[in-house]
Design a protein around this ligand. Structure first.
Ligand code: G6P
Ligand code: MN
Length: 445
């Protein structure tokens, strides 16, 4: 089986490869093709993978190329984990939004829109090439903003593109843990859009255990989302939101914390990663060791500003790893070997949430088998959550429209309609600011 990784020089590729190294069963991935637009990044990551594979006799063979069509031809699975504009682009997204007093996070608010506007055209080009060169491949989309990008690709690939994110999995695992259940034996009732979903129940042996959690302040204070949102607010909601909802429910504090921070997340990662790639270019530097140290620092500082704003303290050791790559591997195994699994994924709605049309990509528990990911019926969302989901989906649709038509007016509309952008004038200035710095937005006229 051939797996092609787009964004193959990306920092988290060794996590995926590490998961593959632990898979020795028949039908496993035997060939990995890394594709990247940057040959230097490919060389760096290839070094890390080679060190990781040392001593594993059936390690998947790794090759690297900067030729996209060559990478795609004959692929059984395609992972797309690209970052159009790089981490410099992410830092610019944050800076320009914060200068207007609004959030510039890579997936939420103005930053997510800017990132989406420059990523969608590239993702659509990839989807078209996959349809032509590897029509039987399954595409697993990691590329953020994952829900929006998956929807853009689904217009060309239908249900053969599936979006993934580790944050709902991590949330489900934490809620199960504090309730004393093994994650595998719990049914997590979760739905929404990517980075905009809620756990509304957690059933163990047919019983919903979430009310027990919501009633217990000590349990609520014992995990990440509980500390981030606070017991009172979670009780008011009657649900546990995805951590990214902190940017909505505590927007003022999050924006303030980001403005006060010496460096935004994007700027920190831009510098941190530049150091890593420069370091690995030196053959005397042990690549895997440097990668692992850099990874640990990245994970420990994830959402640090939000945690600080909430007084939530440090992340817990068990939350620091084991999400991203395991979702990807579980999804591939389920499809390739018809090993039935239930995973929270980004797929087309097909009637699951009545308020959205059938083609809208949502994040929802799915049964996965050789035929793909099938969304499971869920209870409707409460009014306020439906309102947010519909508002953000409308924004995503404007982004898709702008990317298709090149219309600057549609781009302004996307920013202006977002619940976290508070004026049409701000939206106009954001479009001006973003088009001035991002070559990837030159298509907007
Ligand atoms: C979470 C999110 C991902 C994001 C990742 C890394 O897992 O769900 O979408 O890519 O964190 O975030 P970072 O800030 O380290 O790039
Ligand atoms: Mn995510």
């Amino acid at each position: 089986m051939k797996l092609t990784i787009l964004g193959g020089g990306g920092f988290r590729v060794p996590l995926v490869y590490g998961a593959l190294l632990g898979d020795h069963a028949d039908g496993r991935v035997t060939r990995v093709v890394l594709h990247d637009v940057d040959a230097g990044r490919l060389r760096a990551i290839a070094r890390v993978l080679a060190e990781r594979a040392a001593g594993v006799p059936d390690a998947p063979e790794v090759t690297a190329t900067t030729d996209l069509d060559e990478a795609l031809r004959g692929a059984d699975f395609v992972f797309s984990a690209i970052r159009v504009g790089g981490l410099k682009g992410r830092a610019d997204d944050e800076r320009i939004a914060l200068a207007e007093g609004v959030l510039g996070q890579e997936t939420v608010g103005a930053g997510g829109i800017a990132f989406g506007l420059r990523t969608v055209p590239v993702a659509v080009d990839i989807a078209r090439r996959v349809a032509r060169l590897a029509p039987d491949a399954w595409v697993i989309n990691f590329t953020n903003p994952a829900g929006l990008v998956t929807e853009a690709m689904s217009r060309h690939l239908g249900d053969r593109v599936i979006g993934i994110c580790d944050s709902p999995v991590g949330l489900g695992r934490r809620v199960a843990r504090v309730l004393g259940a093994r994650p595998a034996e719990a049914w997590v009732d979760y739905v929404g859009l990517n980075h905009l979903g809620w756990v509304r129940g957690l059933r163990i042996a047919g019983r919903d255990e979430l009310p027990r959690l919501l009633a217990d302040p000590v349990l609520l204070g014992s995990f990440e989302e509980g500390r981030l949102f606070g017991a009172d607010w979670l009780r008011s909601l009657g649900a546990i939101p995805n951590e990214y909802l902190h940017y909505y429910y505590f927007n003022r504090e999050a924006v303030h914390a980001y403005r006060e921070a010496g460096r935004t997340r994007g700027a920190f990662l831009r510098d941190q990663q530049a150091g890593f790639y420069a370091g690995v270019a030196d053959p005397a530097v042990p690549a895997l060791e440097l990668w692992d140290r850099t990874r640990a620092e990245r994970e420990a500082t994830y959402m640090a500003e939000n945690r600080e704003a909430a007084g939530a303290g440090e992340r817990e050791a068990e939350d620091l790893s084991g999400g991203y790559e395991n979702v990807a591997l579980a999804l591939m195994r389920a499809i390739a070997r018809d090993e039935r699994a239930t995973l929270i994924l980004n797929v087309r709605n097909r009637g699951t949430l009545a308020e959205l049309d059938g083609d809208a990509v949502i994040e929802v528990p799915c049964l996965v088998d050789a035929h793909g990911a099938h969304p499971v019926a869920v209870d409707p969302l409460p009014g306020h959550a439906t309102g947010l989901v519909c508002a953000v989906k409308a924004v995503e649709r404007e982004v898709l429209d702008a990317a298709r038509s090149g219309s600057r007016a549609a781009a302004v509309k996307a920013f202006a309609l977002h619940p976290l952008v508070d004026s049409v004038n701000v939206a106009r200035r954001l479009v001006d600011g973003y088009t001035a710095v991002h070559p990837g937005l030159a298509y907007l006229r």
